[in-house]
Write a protein that binds this ligand. Structure first.
Ligand code: SAH
Ligand code: SF4
Length: 399
C-alpha cells in the first residue's frame, strides 16, 4: 500500500513529498464515527445506509490508513468520486522528522500556518513502544523546569489533530494496516506539549477514536494521561476516558510545589491527593503513576523520598523518577546519579515500583519537558489572512 506522507524538505532525510491532495478540502483523517456518518449523508448516501458507509470509511481510514479513496474497494466508484470531490484524506503536514541515536523519533507537525506541535515515538517502552502526543501548542502553566512552559499557549489541539499525530507516526513507522502482532506503537502517553486536562473534551474524543477496536485499537489501558494537577477535571478524565492517570508531582510539600508547579497555588496537595483517591477504577492493576523530576539540591533529598512514601500511603501507585532534562538556559541541574539511586532505594523499600526513567532522545531534544515549537501567539486577523493565502496556494496546486 502506498502511504503518501505530507513531508516538507526541511530535513534532508525526510521521505518524499506528496502534495497532490488539495489541502482546502476537509480531511476525513481524524474524524469521529458520527462525523463520518454526516459526511456520507453530505455525499448523497441515504440516512438509513449512512452508518454502514461510515463504518466502511472508518475501517479504511483507521485500520488500513489509506491516503487515497481509490483503495476503498468496497465502496462504489461513483460514491468514491463524490466523496473525493468534497473531502480528502491528508494528515497535517509533517515538516521535520529527527531520529535519535537511541531510535527515538521526533516529529514536528504543522497543524495550520504558524501552528506547530511535536510528537515523539519512543521505542522499547512497555510491550513495544510509546507515542508521546501533544494536547496543546504551548502551555498556560509555567512549571519552572519545563521548556514547553516557557512558550505561551498558542491554542488547544482539536481531537482530529491529536489523532493525526498517531496517524503520522504510523505512516512513518509503516504500520498500516493495524494488527495486534508486531506493532511498534503499543502505548499512547499524553506527555507531549500542553496540559491535557485544559483540553479535556478534545482529548477524550481523540481517545475514543484511537482506542476503537475497529481501527487503531490502542486500548484505554495502554493510554496514559499526565496532568500537572487540574483537580476539578481529574475524576471527569476517569469517567470520560477510562485511561491510566499520571500525576506530575515533583514535590511533597506545598511551598516547594508552589514554586515548581505554580498550579499548586490554585490546587494544593491536599486537594490534589483527594482528587486522585477518587479516580475511578483504581486498583493494584490500575495504579496511578506519580512523576517526580529529579532536580539537584531542590527536591532530591532522602527526607523528601520518605515524605513521598508517606504522602502516597494507601494509593495504588507507581513512582516514575525522571532525571531532569536540561534545555537552553534552564535554571536547574539534574540530580547526581548516586542520589537518584539512593532516592529510588527508599521508595522501593517502601514497596513502590519506582523505575528511573532513562532519558530518551536527548540528542534530538525529544526528552520529557524539552518540547517547544516556534509557534507564537498571533492575532486572529493575521491567522485569517495566512489561512486564506494557504488555501489559495493549495487550490493552485490542486488544479
Ligand atoms: N502537562 C502535563 C503533561 C506534559 S509534561 C504534565 O505536566 O503532566 C510530561 C512530563 O514531563 C511531566 O511529568 C513533566 O513534569 C515532565 N517534565 C517537564 N519538564 C521536564 C524536564 N525538563 N525534565 C524532565 N521531565 C520534565
Ligand atoms: Fe505545562 Fe506540563 Fe510543562 Fe507544566 S510540565 S509547563 S503543565 S507541559
Amino acid at each position: 500500500m502506498n502511504h503518501a506522507l505530507n513531508i516538507d524538505a526541511r530535513n534532508g532525510n525526510a521521505p518524499r513529498i506528496d502534495e497532490t491532495t488539495p489541502r482546502a478540502l476537509p480531511s476525513l483523517a481524524g474524524m469521529t464515527r458520527e462525523e463520518l456518518r454526516l459526511v456520507a449523508i453530505d455525499c448523497g448516501v441515504d440516512e438509513k445506509k449512512a452508518k454502514m458507509r461510515a463504518d466502511q470509511l472508518w475501517r479504511w481510514i483507521y485500520h488500513y490508513g489509506v491516503t487515497s479513496f481509490d483503495e476503498m474497494t468496497n465502496i462504489s466508484k461513483d460514491l468514491r468520486a463524490v466523496i473525493a470531490e468534497k473531502y480528502a484524506l491528508h494528515r497535517p503536514k509533517l515538516i521535520d522528522r529527527q531520529v535519535s541515536v537511541d531510535g527515538t523519533r521526533k516529529y514536528l507537525i504543522e497543524l495550520a500556518p504558524g501552528v506547530e506541535c511535536e510528537t515523539v515515538f519512543i521505542p522499547d517502552v512497555a510491550r513495544s513502544g510509546a507515542l508521546c502526543v501533544s494536547s496543546q501548542v504551548g502551555c498556560t502553566l509555567n512549571c519552572t523546569f519545563c521548556h514547553t512552559g516557557t512558550q505561551a499557549l498558542v491554542r488547544n489541539l482539536t481531537a482530529a489533530e491529536i489523532v493525526a499525530q498517531v496517524m503520522i507516526a504510523r505512516d512513518d513507522l509503516e504500520e498500516w494496516p493495524t494488527s495486534n502482532e508486531n506493532r511498534k506503537i503499543t502505548n499512547i502517553v499524553f506527555m507531549g506539549m500542553g496540559e491535557p486536562l485544559y483540553n479535556l473534551d478534545h482529548v477524550a474524543t481523540s481517545i475514543d477514536i484511537i482506542s476503537d477496536g475497529e481501527g487503531i485499537a490502542i486500548s484505554r489501558r495502554r493510554t496514559t494521561v499526565s496532568t500537572s494537577g487540574v483537580v476539578p477535571k481529574i475524576k471527569e478524565l476517569g469517567e470520560l476516558t477510562g485511561t491510566m492517570l499520571a500525576i506530575s508531582l515533583h514535590a511533597t510539600n506545598d511551598p516547594l510545589r508552589d514554586e515548581l508547579v505554580p498550579l499548586n497555588k490554585k490546587y494544593p496537595l491536599k486537594a490534589l491527593m483527594e482528587a486522585i483517591r477518587a479516580y475511578p477504577g483504581l486498583s493494584n492493576s490500575k495504579r496511578v503513576t506519580f512523576e517526580y523530576v529529579m532536580l539537584k539540591g531542590v527536591n532530591d533529598s532522602l527526607a523528601e523520598a520518605k515524605a513521598l512514601v508517606k504522602l502516597l500511603k494507601g494509593i495504588p501507585a507507581k513512582i516514575n523518577l525522571i532525571p531532569f532534562n536540561p534545555w537552553p538556559n534552564s535554571p536547574y541541574e539534574c540530580s547526581d546519579w548516586d542520589q537518584i539511586e539512593a532516592f529510588a532505594d527508599v521508595v522501593n523499600k517502601a514497596g513502590y515500583a519506582s523505575p528511573i526513567r532513562t532519558p530518551r532522545g536527548r540528542d534530538i531534544f525529544a526528552a520529557c519537558g524539552q518540547l517547544r515549537s516556534e509557534s507564537q501567539k498571533v492575532k486572529a486577523s493575521v491567522l485569517r489572512k495566512q489561512r486564506l493565502e494557504a488555501e489559495g496556494q493549495s487550490n493552485d496546486a490542486g488544479s
